[in-house]
Ligand binder design. Structure first.
Ligand SMILES: *Cc1c(COP(=O)(O)O)cnc(C)c1O
Length: 417
């Protein structure tokens, strides 16, 4: 026995031990594609800023400030440092072996669910509040539906030391009592909106009204919607997702993916992933919309069932009635339950660079349960739409695929799905 050990020990000693260096950290690249910065509010015929004059002046100021500060290294460095230390980036790109075997394609999950506060929304909240702070703003205001964006905003405001008001439909406040409590605990003032259906669209209208009356405040939009420069700013701050994922897949596989997939509400997590691959023509791009029951008047699949109109400050697709008035959307996923859509996704659809599918509530629930059991990861019901689309499109295709897992599903467990 002793003899044996001595031999092994000698072998190890003689085998001049190399000093192995472990490369554990993926360099984070926040600089988005130059092409994105060149967008000046127009994505083909979509986009723009359709707002009253008072707001136009404010948005122009905001746009100029954003363009200037994002040119500086100091701002980018500070932003990236916060994402590393406070948010926990880079998020991992995880090879989901069991799901891959089940589907018959090699599936990687971009784990935005691992971010602080549990979704991609914090990337944008931190970026915009940092920007607001540099502008000398005294107060942040934001709208929220299910409360995810409200919680991310309240968190970032606590971290950066700014007061915030969160506008929320009174009905949503009742449905999402836990998130209301969380926001209050973080120091936010939650304001109930009692007009209209008392849900997200009414919260946006009330917040916009407050913003017009209080131009010294900063309106923090949570998705890639609204007038210029919001779609550009939100796209910029979320581009961290795709820039990381592109480096990570090249590191792990030595090649680009065949396909990338994300769910689409307003479009921010999807554009975050897509933007780094837009120039790679061989990479196919798929968006999963909240299909609801997948029939007109019972859906949130804006790009599949809507038409272009001016809605909440931008020209893009929207769900409408026969007289072109916006109508309420319907989806099991609060984060996808919005009748409008990012003007950039409208452009990507019309130019056929990306393809958007309507995924039904039931398909999303199946994917939600499946991923939980197969991988030990419970995705947000929003993100489950992207997983469901992979189940449909990638079956036995032997493709290399990245799915953006935009958030975690703890918030959905209580609903007994
Ligand atoms: C808000 C939300 C979405 C939808 O918003 P996008 O702007 O389309 O990304 C998707 N997933 C999660 C987890 C969300 O919280």
């Amino acid at each position: 026995m002793t003899f044996f050990i001595t031999i092994i020990y000698k072998q190890i000693k003689n085998d001049k031990m190399k000093n192995v260096t472990f490369n554990t950290e993926t360099a984070i690249e926040v600089a988005p594609l130059q092409k994105m910065l060149n967008y000046n509010g127009n994505y083909g015929k979509f986009g723009g800023a359709f707002v009253p004059d008072v707001l136009a002046a404010q948005l122009q100021k905001l746009s100029d400030f954003f363009d200037e500060i994002t040119k500086t290294e100091a701002f980018k460095t500070e932003y990236v440092q916060i994402l590393k230390d406070f948010v926990g980036r880079p998020s991992s790109l995880y090879l989901a072996k069991n799901l891959s075997n089940y589907i018959g394609s090699k599936i990687y999950l971009k784990r935005e669910d691992l971010n602080h506060t549990g979704s991609h929304k914090i990337n944008n909240a931190i970026g915009q509040i940092l920007l607001a702070k540099k502008m000398g703003v005294k107060e942040i205001i934001a709208e929220t539906g299910a409360g995810q964006h409200g919680v991310a905003t309240a968190t970032a405001c606590a971290f950066l030391g700014l007061p915030c008001k969160i506008f929320m439909g009174a009905v949503d406040m009742e449905r999402q009592a836990l998130n209301v409590r969380r926001m209050q605990l973080l120091g936010a003032e939650v304001i109930a909106c009692t007009s209209g259906n008392q849900t997200l669209k009414d919260a946006v209208d009330t917040a916009l009204g407050y913003y017009i009356e209080n131009p010294e405040s900063y309106y923090l939009l949570g998705s890639q919607v609204g007038p210029h420069p919001y779609p550009k700013m939100v796209g910029y701050f979320q581009s961290i997702i795709g820039n990381e994922a592109r480096q990570q897949i090249l590191q792990k596989e030595g090649k680009l993916p065949d396909s990338i997939i994300a769910c689409v509400g307003g479009g921010s997590n999807a554009i975050g992933l897509f933007c780094a691959f837009l120039d790679d023509k061989e990479v196919k791009i798929y968006g999963a919309e909240g299909g609801g029951k997948d029939i007109k008047n019972n859906t949130a699949a804006t790009l599949n069932y809507g038409k272009p109109i001016i809605f909440q400050g931008t020209y893009s697709y929207c769900l409408t009635d026969d007289d072109n008035n916006p109508i309420a959307s319907k989806s099991i996923a609060a984060g996808l339950d919005y009748p409008g859509i990012s003007p950039q996704h409208a452009y990507l659809k019309d130019t056929n660079r990306a393809t958007y599918f309507s995924v039904t509530d039931n398909q999303a629930i199946e994917a939600y349960q499946l991923l939980s059991r197969l991988e030990g990861i419970t995705p947000a019901i929003e993100s489950s739409h992207a997983v469901a689309l992979a189940l449909k499109l990638m079956k036995n295709k032997n493709q290399l695929v990245i799915i953006n897992l935009s958030g975690r599903g703890d918030k959905d467990v209580e609903r007994n799905m």
